[in-house]
Design a binder for this molecule. Sequence first.
Ligand code: PLP
Length: 420
Amino acid sequence: MATSRDARGRLVLGGVALEEVAALAGTPTYVYDLGAVRAGVREITAAFGGDPHLVAYAVKANSAGPVVRAVAAEGAGADVVSGPELALALGAGISPDRIVYSGVAKTDAELDLAVAAQIRGVQIESVEEVERVAARARAASRRVKVAIRVNPEVDLETLATHQGIATGHDDAKFGVALSDFGRAFSAVLAQPELELVGLTTHVGSQFTQIEPYVVAARRLFELAAEVASRAPLSYLDTGGGFGIDYGQGCPVAPADFVRAVRAERDRAGFGGMTLVCEPGRSLVASHGVLLSRVVQRKVSGERRWLMIDAGMNDLVRPAMYQARHRIVPVEPPAAPSVGQRVVGPVCESSDDFGSCALPERGFELVAILDAGAYGYTMASAYNGRALPAEVFVEDGKVAFVRPRAAASAWVEERLAAGRA
Ligand SMILES: Cc1ncc(COP(=O)(O)O)c(C=O)c1O
C-alpha cells in the first residue's frame, strides 16, 4: 500500500491528491507512482551486492511505456512472454542482451523476432520446442542463445500460493519436466545453431514466504551442477514471484529472496555465476491504484451495496483468483465505517470486489489499492466497456496521462467488420 493522506485528509499517491487525478482523467483510471517503481528496482539491484546479475522485469505485470522505461532507466532488463512484449521492451530502449523470453507456445513469427534481435536467452519450455527454435535460427542463418526452462515439480502444498498462479508443479504446462531434462539438454547440444547459455525456472507468483522460491532455486542449481561440465552456462534464472502485502501481510521483501538465492548459489558452487530474476508484481503492484467513482448505492435488508464504475473487466484479479484488494475512500473519511459490498457494473455475479469497511456516506470516489500489477494488462472491453485511463505520477506531479478510449470507439470497432 503506497497511499497516504495529506493534511486535508485526502488520499494521495506519489505526492498527488487522487481527487485531482479523477478531475483530470475521469474514472475508472489506474494511477501509478513511477518514483516508487524506480526505487523498487534499486532495492532489488542493491540486494545483489556487487554480484553479476540481471533484474529482468516481467513486462506482463504492467506494460505501460512510462513504467517499462522507468525500470529500464534503473538498469533493469525484461522478461517477456510474447512477440509484442519483446517489441515493447526493445522499443522502450532495453538492450537485447538484457531480455529473456519465456512462453510455452511461441509462434514461428515470435521466434523470428527473438532470433533477429539476438536476445540474452530464448527460454525453451519443452523438448519439442528445441527443434522449432533451431529451425528458425537456421532460416535466419543465425546462432541463437537459449536457456532451458525447467519445471522443478515442487508440490502445490510447498508452493503455497493460489493454484491459478502456481507454475512449478508437475501438473503445470510450463517448463521441461525433470524426467525430460536430459533429453532437452541433449537435444539443444545436438543443434549447432543453438548455444546453451542458461537454465531457468519460474514456479509461481505472490510468494509471501521465501521457502518455495528457494526450494525451486536449489533444484535448478542441482541440475546446473549436473551439466555444467558439458555446457558452459552463463546465467541461472530463478524467475519472479516475490509477493506483496495485499492486506493479509507479507513479511518478506524482494531483497530477502535475492539474498537467499545468492546463498544457495554459493552453496551449490556457482559463486560468480550471473543470477537472473524476473520480478513483475513486486515492482509495480503496491505503487498503483484503480480510481473509481460511486455510481449507485443500494441498501437491501442487511446488505449495503456500493456500485462503482470500475468492474472485473478493468481489474479481473478478484473474479479470476478470488484476490482481495483493500478499497478506501478518496475523500477525507467523514462518517463511521460500515461493511459494504463493493461491486462493479459488469453483468456477472463475479464482478465483485468483496466486502469492505467504508464510511457510511460522504464520499464519491474510491481507490482500489495495490492494483499496479496484473490490472490494466489483464483488462478487457467486456460489456462494451472502454479500457480504463492511466495516469503516471512522479516527483509529486502528474507526469503523463493516457486517456480512456471513447465508448464510441468500441461501438465503431464492433460494427466495422462486414460493413459495406
Ligand atoms: C516466466 C515468468 N517470469 C516472471 C513472472 C513474474 O511473476 P511475478 O509478477 O509474480 O513476479 C511470471 C508471471 O507469471 C512468469 O510467468
